[in-house]
Design a protein. Structure first.
Length: 411
């Protein structure tokens, strides 16, 4: 049946409902209308010019009344022109969908999420994730990774420096460079926009941190730890006693400890140098560990029992408030949990521990050929060093009452 498709005709067909014979439009040859329960489907029926198949294809032009008759005809004319040009609109749609899918794969936020998962087992995984989300995804999340330029990276770093956060800018640049190079290795882009950029040129020379906690500050931190609930208090005390990295302790599991032998063995997979580290435990460290709760997850330190401690910033903020309260409302000079590791290493030198033993206590590799030829682990020497440091630290933070040191009179 042929008729000029009008809104009046289509509404009458829709009111009658199916089944109705299909109607071919007199005004646009090839446009067919079929009545359904809730709408009328209008399609172009034909073959692309030059097609070797006799079977016509059906291409949806639209549904009435969701689209007007005029809109349906306009869409139908576009489809007819494509068929007359030898183009199969279905193939065009597939190509467009494939291009969109490829674009989504290369969208910066998608690549960044994959990189975050790739780095999930790194010691600094939490810091990497927070920095990437806060600075990179927030800026470039919707853009294709291939469209991010060297100028974009440089401007980002300069902007963070202008906010007064030079070290945050350096850290962000480092993580961005790792992310882009990871993308290059996986064929997601030809070259990294961070190539040929130098952090020293953009930010300036990095000054090594030389913050050393004073005895007064050590006493304040230890007192704050003694008053703090689990996990904060024991965590900070063990950082001071053992000199380990914050993530090595924060992600520790009970299976790594032998408290009867006063030994903690950190597996290679959790160590920065990818080598297992044996940490002899001083008596006070064993005492602290024995007092901790145990969860089915096996984590030694956990805020909820199911995941390892990883919000080190929150721990630090709580400690800063507690320290200020103990110090008459005055905060101490800016410090970080990593300063516990520096005061530990400095303390070992003060106590006369041999430098190579002190470095092994920090899980630093021996320098030069000693790394290859000297395979002695110095376990006894390390135990002596940690016990000596623990005794020295406790003499500062928990001095024995009544012990008086006689000072000579000034002459």
């Amino acid at each position: 049946m042929k008729a000029a498709l009008t809104e009046k005709l289509l509404r009458s067909l829709l009111a009658k409902g199916p089944p109705q014979p299909p109607i071919w439009d007199r005004l646009l040859p090839g446009l067919e209308a079929r009545t359904g329960k809730r709408a009328i489907s209008c399609s172009i029926v034909g073959r692309p010019r030059g097609s070797t198949t006799r079977q016509p294809i059906r291409l949806l032009a639209g549904h009435f009344p969701m689209m007007s008759v005029g809109e349906i005809r306009a869409r139908g004319r576009t489809l007819l022109r494509q068929l007359q040009d030898g183009i199969d609109p279905r193939a065009l749609k597939r190509e467009r969908q494939q291009a969109e899918a490829a674009e989504r794969v290369r969208q910066f936020s998608t690549v960044a999420e994959q990189f975050i998962q790739h780095m999930a087992r790194a010691d600094t995984a939490r810091a990497i994730e927070l920095r990437i989300r806060r600075e990179l995804i927030a800026r470039w999340g919707e853009r294709p990774i291939t469209k991010i330029t060297r100028a974009d990276v440089a401007n980002m770093v300069i902007e963070i420096v202008a906010r007064g956060h030079r070290e945050a800018a350096r850290q962000t640049f480092t993580y961005a460079r790792r992310l882009f190079r990871w993308g290059v290795a996986r064929g997601l882009l030809e070259g990294a926009p961070t190539d040929y950029l130098n952090a020293k040129d953009l930010i300036g020379v990095k000054k090594p941190r030389q913050r050393l906690l004073t005895e007064h500050e050590l006493r304040l931190i230890w007192r704050a730890a003694a008053q703090a609930a689990y996990p904060d208090g024991p965590y900070i005390q063990l950082l001071l006693l053992l000199g380990v990295r914050r993530s090595e302790l924060g992600q520790a599991v009970w299976s790594e400890f032998d408290l009867d032998q006063a030994l903690w063995v950190i597996p290679a997979g959790r160590m920065k140098a990818d080598e297992a580290q044996a940490v002899p435990l001083p008596p006070r460290a064993v005492e602290i560990l024995r007092s901790l709760p145990r969860f089915t997850s096996g984590y030694v330190f956990s805020a909820r029992g199911t995941r390892p401690l990883n919000d080190y910033g929150a721990v630090k903020r709580r400690f800063d408030r507690r320290i200020a309260a103990l110090n008459g409302g005055q905060p101490i000079e800016r410090w970080t949990p990593h300063d516990c590791r520096r005061v530990f290493r400095t303390g070992l030198s003060t106590l006369g521990v041999a430098p190579h033993v002190a470095e092994l206590c920090l899980a630093h590799r021996q320098p030069g050929l000693a790394r290859i030829y000297d395979l002695h682990r110095f376990e006894a020497e390390k135990r002596h060093a940690l016990n000596a440091w623990a005794a020295h630290l406790l003499s500062i933070v928990e001095p024995v009452p009544g012990r008086v040191v006689q000072l000579r009179k000034k002459t």
